[in-house]
Design a protein around this ligand. Structure first.
Ligand code: HEC
Length: 431
């Protein structure tokens, strides 16, 4: 009995020290890692259909797979930004700079890759959507980005984001053209935006299929045909899409979100194939609104946060500008709710597959974000497996200034790999 207790204690002690080692061994010394500056530009409505059309002087090379965007445009991002904003953006955001410099450092050990990013941002956009009590009922407020809101006279309220799109060069169109293969004329907020009812009645994408009501990123290979308006409805049969996944013909998409992932140190881990999809075990949020009861599903756990809700006019001063499952309890309709009481929506939580983590801090006009990603997630149908020695292609994007959709800064396609200074982003051995 006593012996059992001692060995039990030993096991716990060993496990605990392993856990501590893991936590403390987690981040490289960033001051020793070289920094690369990447120039991002606002692309406006620069779609795949435009880039492959006669209107784009590089289209022959793009269509015949003879050159990459970077071959022709690297070093001239400022020119691209100005041309895109002048020719391809019907509603530019006044005063928004056309370019943004993103500083990147990357390191690895035997299990993880670590990425460090820094960019300037005049204020952190961390406030998004809330359920607010108007004295009679709960109503969703915020969560709508610029410029649509500004036009309506409502202050824009959206989250900053950093996106990494990654491939292992299996998807050759991505290697040459980067994220541009995923941007089409029929996506939301693009010139031929698909109609909601048409999407909802589509056999595969709609109510009877994967239940979408708008069109987001997709890769051209997922469609049987694309014309100048796009090709959203021509989705390949499911079996073919499954085979594409097995062959690795998709792009991984990691998203750091200032409101919906950063507060609890997680990442939005997804991929782009016939749609922008979440990994199967990657779900990290759900609506905090019960449509039948017409009230939030959760409120703050007062024993942990000192409140059940906060006054909406104080939203900018809240430590808990988000709600996560560890600080929430089921909503109680019998509380005497007052006009202006607010509870964040959605509620966020750590996903089942929590192999990537992040932390970001806004200070003195800049965001610094660190992402830790397992080299091998063990899920090759939805994630790329990073292996020292291999070369990958990557596209980076940033949303700031309360924007979403096309109002982002994007990079030209780049190479990324391990311990090879010739690549655009070199992931150096940290220890
Ligand atoms: C073979 C060279 C070549 C390739 C490859 C190429 N382009 Fe171009 N692109 C040009 C030239 C030439 C122009 C016109 C001059 C300029 O704007 O620099 C142009 C113009 C543009 C413009 C400005 C469009 C406008 O409305 O004025 C954008 C944006 C652009 N390219 C993006 C891309 C992207 C993204 C890729 C990769 C998918 C790409 N290009 C591939 C040569 C190329």
């Amino acid at each position: 009995m006593k012996r059992n207790m001692i060995s039990g204690f030993l096991v716990i002690a060993i496990l605990f020290s392993l856990l501590l080692m893991n936590v403390y061994a987690s981040e490289p010394d960033w001051s020793k890692i070289p920094e690369t500056n990447i120039v991002l530009f606002q692309p406006g409505q620069t779609s795949w259909e435009f880039l492959t059309s006669d209107s784009h002087p590089g289209s022959i090379a793009v269509n015949e797979a003879k050159a990459s965007c970077s071959d022709c445009h690297r070093g001239k991002e400022a020119d691209l930004a100005i041309k895109s904003m002048t020719h391809r953006e019907p509603t530019p955001i006044i005063g928004k700079e056309p370019l943004k410099v993103l500083s990147v450092k990357a390191a690895h050990d035997d299990t993880y890759a670590y990425f460090w990013f820094r960019w300037t941002s005049r204020e952190p956009s961390i406030i998004r959507k809330y359920q607010v009590f108007d004295g009679k009922e709960w109503k969703g407020v915020g969560g709508v980005p610029r410029p649509e809101n500004v036009k309506k006279g409502v202050p824009a309220q959206y989250e900053d984001r950093l996106n990494i799109m990654l491939d292992d060069t299996k998807l050759q169109s991505f290697t040459r053209n980067g994220c541009f293969i995923t941007c089409h004329n029929d996506l939301r907020y693009m010139p031929n935006e698909a109609k909601k009812d048409d999407v909802k009645t589509h056999a595969y994408l709609g109510d009877k299929g994967i239940k979408k009501s708008d069109i987001r990123k997709y890769i051209p290979e997922s469609r049987t045909k694309i014309d100048k308006t796009g090709g959203w409805s021509n989705v390949r049969p499911k079996e073919e899409l499954e085979n594409m996944k097995k062959e690795g013909l998709f792009a991984e998409l990691l998203q750091w979100r200032a409101n919906r992932t950063n507060p609890i140190g997680i990442l939005d881990d997804g991929y782009v194939l016939e749609y922008r999809l979440f990994d199967s075990d990657g779900k990290f949020m759900e609506d905090n609104y019960d449509k039948d009861k017409k009230q939030p599903k959760y409120m703050f756990d007062a024993s942990k946060t000192g409140m059940k809700s906060f006054p909406y006019d104080q939203v900018k001063n809240q430590k808990y500008y988000y709600i996560s499952k560890d600080i929430a309890v089921p909503f109680d309709p019998n509380v005497e709710w007052k006009k202006g009481d607010a509870i964040p929506d959605p509620i966020i939580f750590t996903p089942k597959d929590n192999t990537s983590t992040s932390h970001g801090e806004w200070k003195d006009g800049s965001w610094t974000v660190v992402i830790k990603r397992k080299l091998n997630h063990g899920n090759p149908l939805e994630d790329k497996i990073l292996k020292p020695g291999n070369i990958y292609s990557v596209g980076l994007a940033l949303h700031d200034d309360n924007t979403t959709h096309r109002f982002h800064y994007v990079s030209l396609p780049m190479t990324i790999g391990f311990d090879n200074p010739k690549l655009d982003i070199n992931i150096v051995k940290a220890r």
